[in-house]
Design a protein around this ligand. Sequence first.
Ligand SMILES: [Zn+2]
Length: 429
Amino acid sequence: MTFRATSLSFLLLVLGCSDGTSSQSEDLKQSKPAKNWSRDVVSTELDVDLEGNRATARIEVGASKRTGVSFEVGDLSIESVRDEKGPLPFKQDGSRLDIGYAAKRSGTIEIAYGFRDHTELQGATSKGLTFTWPSFCGNLFPCKSDPSDGLRFELSLSGVPSGAKAIFPPAIEADAPAYMLAWAVGDYTEIDLGKTASGTSVRAWYLPGEKQATTKGTAHLRDVVEWYEQTYGDYLFGDVVGSVSAEWGGGAFGGMEHHPFWHVSRGSMGDEETHAHEAAHGWFGDGVRIECWEDLTLSEGTTSYVTARALEATAGKAAGDGVWASYEQRLDSVVASQDRVARPEGCNQIDVLNDLWNDVVYMKGAFFYRAVEAEIGRETLDRILAGFYAAHREKAAGVDDMLDAIREESGFDPEPLADVWLRSLGRPD
Ligand SMILES: [Zn+2]
């Protein structure tokens, strides 16, 4: 895989230099590190040494209208920055890294750095996991945490403690948000849950003492993944997928959409809804990225809705009804205690973790779709969701794109339902 990335970046470098007319001035411009967030990150290849807490990132970037390239680098210690031609000038300004790089140039920038283990879920953790949502990727690798920015990944890990197993994707060959990449190192046992009709192998990895919970929580996971594939479209991030038990500590619940090996907190390994929810993000949230953090309900609300549908389809009506009954409670509880507007105005003007992320984006989003379903029918809504996935997979989209898709495909105007469910406080009757 290193060979493929190197030859590809070499090719791009040659293409980038073919514009000889301005090469001299461009070379002068790149002599100074410059702030530039607009340059596209195409792919990131990481070689990580877990023992030494050091890594090398080879980041393929596109050409830009402006000189320079910037990355979020959190609390990383940047050691060197170079490309095929040699060292590149750089400046680390707190959590921002600016690199001198000619505007029209494209190619691969190699950054060597050290990273720290964290006790909180903010990068690499002292428990052998990584967690970078929403904007902690900079504590793990030079990145852009903007959720609309999609990139491909390669990852290799060395220094894995003897006796431990590292669960991570060596390659992600479709555009994904920066927060999707992760690894988990621990005393894992693998369960093979079988293949879907499309040939996707579904598995689970659990920690000591979790066999029973994992068997219960993943009882329908193969069927759930198959249902997503058949209802919404082919999976993007590889042909082996599964749930990985995550030692988040402190009786944590929930999971994180680190596809293709999404993490499920130890406290939720027995919970079918959590497994099905994280799996669904392969289609909505990761497969189709959100345009702005304000669009979070397009990820969490859509995922919550399709999770209930998948469990009803695979585990039976009682299971689906059970999910909706729990959603009812969650909705009432969050509206009573921490009500918010599910889709606030603006784009990337909020601190998503503190200003938006709570059960509102999950539950009001799920009930919005349920209300749309009541108007247009299940089959039509599924067709709309499948068409939306086909149109926007590997790209970013917003809530308004979904409203447009509903209107165009069904003729039903979803705006009044969006107003009450997604743009207002309270719970509609
Ligand atoms: Zn989620």
